[in-house]
Design a protein around this ligand. Structure first.
Ligand SMILES: *Cc1c(COP(=O)(O)O)cnc(C)c1O
Length: 395
C-alpha cells in the first residue's frame, strides 16, 4: 500500500468514527429493534393458542401492510424468496423460460427464478440507482430477442423470455417508470423484488406497487422483521386469491374434506410471526425517521472525504436507506478490501456488495447482457452500519 492509500483508509475510518462514535463492541450492519407492542402481540398468540396459520394477526398484518404501501392487497408469506417464487409462478413463468434479473442482487432473486424451473438472464445496472438500467435493458432485448406468437424469444438460446424482476438495491428505488415502459414495449410482466425497500417510494408511489406484483422480506436483517417472513403486494384481487390458494396447499374450502386442486406449497406466514410484524410495522415510521438522521450524518461527513462518494436517493424518490452505502472512486477501488479490513477490525461492520450472480457456480453459464456497470459497482460499493439506533450517537 502506498502512503496515499494509508491516509485514505485513515480518513475512511475517521469518517466512521465521527458518525458512529467509538465502537466498543461490534456495530452490526443492521440490527433488529424491538420495544413497542411486539412482545404483547406475540404473548397474546401464545396465551390464546393461535400461533400457526390461522389467527387474527395474519389478517391484521396484511391490512396494515396494504395500508402502508398503498397496495390493494398484501399476502403474508413465509419468507421473501417464497413470495418471489409464487409471484413468478402467478406471472406465468414456466420451466424452461428465462427471467430478466439484475446481476447485482442478493442470490434469492435468481434462486426464486430457478425454483420455477426457469433460468435467470442477467442484465446490467445503472450507476445512479444501483438497479436495473431501462435503456441498457431495451437495447439488449432489441439485440437478443424476437417477438413470436408465443411471446418474446431469446434468439441465441431459443428459450422464451417470460418476465422482468427489477430489484430496489439497499432500499434505493430503481427507475420503475423507465422499466415499465420497456416492459410494455416487449409485453413482459414485471414482478418487483422490493425485499429491501419497505418504506421507499418513487414519485410518491411505494416500491413494489408498479409491477403486477411486488414482494417484501421481513428477514432478521431487513428494516422490519417477523423473524422470517415475506409478502406479495398486488392491486389485482384475482392475483391475491391465487397467491393465498397456492401458499396454503391449494386446498378447496370445505368444512371437513381434504380436496386440493394443484401441486402447491405450505408457504403461509404463521400467526406468531405476523404478530411480531404488527408490532414492528407500528414502529416503522420511527425507524425511517431515525435512519434519515443517520443518513444526514453520513452525508455530511463523507462530503469532506475525497475519493468516497455517499450513495444518495435517486431524484424524485424517497429511499428507506435500508443500508447506507459509499462508492469508491475508480482510483481507490483497489483499496476496497483494505478499507473493509480496517473498518471491521475497528468494530464497524462494513461489507462489500454481493458477488455478481453470474459469477456464482450455479449461475455462471446463464445468459447475460453486457454487465460493465454492475462490475464497476461490485468493485466499488461498501455498505456501512445502518441500524436506526446509530442515529442517536452523534446528535
Ligand atoms: C432479503 C432478500 C430477499 C429474500 O428474502 P428472504 O426473506 O430472506 O427469503 C430477496 N431479494 C433480495 C434483494 C433480498 O435482499
Amino acid at each position: 500500500m502506498s502512503a496515499n492509500d494509508v491516509s485514505f483508509s485513515v480518513n475512511f475510518l475517521s469518517g466512521l468514527r465521527q458518525v458512529l462514535g467509538e465502537a466498543n463492541s461490534l456495530l452490526p450492519l443492521h440490527e433488529p429493534e424491538f420495544g413497542g407492542n411486539e412482545w404483547a402481540y406475540v404473548k397474546d398468540c401464545i396465551e390464546t393458542g393461535w400461533v400457526s396459520s390461522v389467527g387474527k394477526y395474519v389478517d391484521q398484518f396484511e391490512r396494515q401492510l396494504a395500508e402502508f404501501t398503498g397496495a390493494r392487497h398484501a399476502v403474508a408469506v413465509v419468507n421473501g424468496t417464497a413470495a418471489l417464487h409464487i409471484a413468478l409462478q402467478i406471472a406465468g413463468v414456466k420451466a424452461g423460460d428465462e427471467v430478466l434479473v439484475p446481476a447485482l442482487s442478493f442470490v434469492a432473486t435468481a434462486n426464486a427464478v430457478s425454483h420455477c424451473g426457469a433460468t435467470p438472464h442477467f442484465v446490467d445496472s445503472k450507476e445512479l440507482t444501483l438497479g436495473m438500467d431501462p435503456d441498457a435493458l431495451a437495447a439488449h432485448l432489441e439485440f437478443v430477442a424476437e417477438r413470436t406468437a408465443n411471446g418474446l424469444r431469446n434468439k441465441v438460446t431459443g428459450h422464451r423470455i417470460a418476465a422482468i424482476v427489477p430489484m430496489h438495491t439497499f432500499g434505493h428505488p430503481v427507475d420503475m417508470v423507465g422499466l415499465m415502459g420497456v416492459a410494455a414495449r416487449f409485453s413482459l410482466p414485471v414482478v418487483e423484488d422490493a425485499a429491501e425497500s419497505l418504506g421507499s417510494t418513487c414519485r410518491d408511489r411505494h416500491t413494489g406497487t408498479f409491477g403486477c406484483m411486488g414482494i417484501l422480506s421481513f428477514n432478521g436483517n431487513k428494516i422490519i422483521t417477523t423473524g422470517g417472513g415475506g409478502a406479495i403486494l398486488t392491486n389485482d384481487p384475482d392475483i391475491a386469491r391465487q397467491a393465498i390458494h397456492l401458499i396454503t396447499t391449494a386446498k378447496q374450502p370445505h368444512r371437513w374434506e381434504f380436496v386440493h386442486d394443484s401441486v402447491a406449497y405450505n408457504y403461509r406466514l404463521p400467526s406468531i410471526n405476523a404478530a411480531l410484524g404488527c408490532g414492528q410495522l407500528e414502529r416503522l415510521p420511527n425507524f425511517l425517521s431515525r435512519k434519515r438522521q443517520l443518513v444526514e450524518n453520513y452525508r455530511k461527513t463523507f462530503a469532506h472525504i475525497s475519493g468516497i462518494h455517499f450513495v444518495d436517493e435517486p431524484e424524485g424518490c424517497h429511499s428507506n436507506f435500508w443500508l447506507n452505502t459509499v462508492r469508491l472512486s475508480e482510483a481507490n477501488m483497489s483499496v476496497r478490501d483494505e478499507l473493509l479490513a480496517v473498518a471491521n477490525d475497528a468494530g464497524y461492520q462494513c461489507r462489500p456488495a454481493w458477488t455478481l450472480l453470474n459469477k456464482l457456480p450455479m449461475y455462471q453459464d446463464c445468459p447475460r447482457a453486457d454487465l460493465s456497470v454492475a462490475e464497476a459497482l461490485e468493485a466499488s460499493l461498501i455498505n456501512l452500519p445502518s441500524s436506526p439506533k446509530l442515529a442517536e450517537l452523534l446528535s
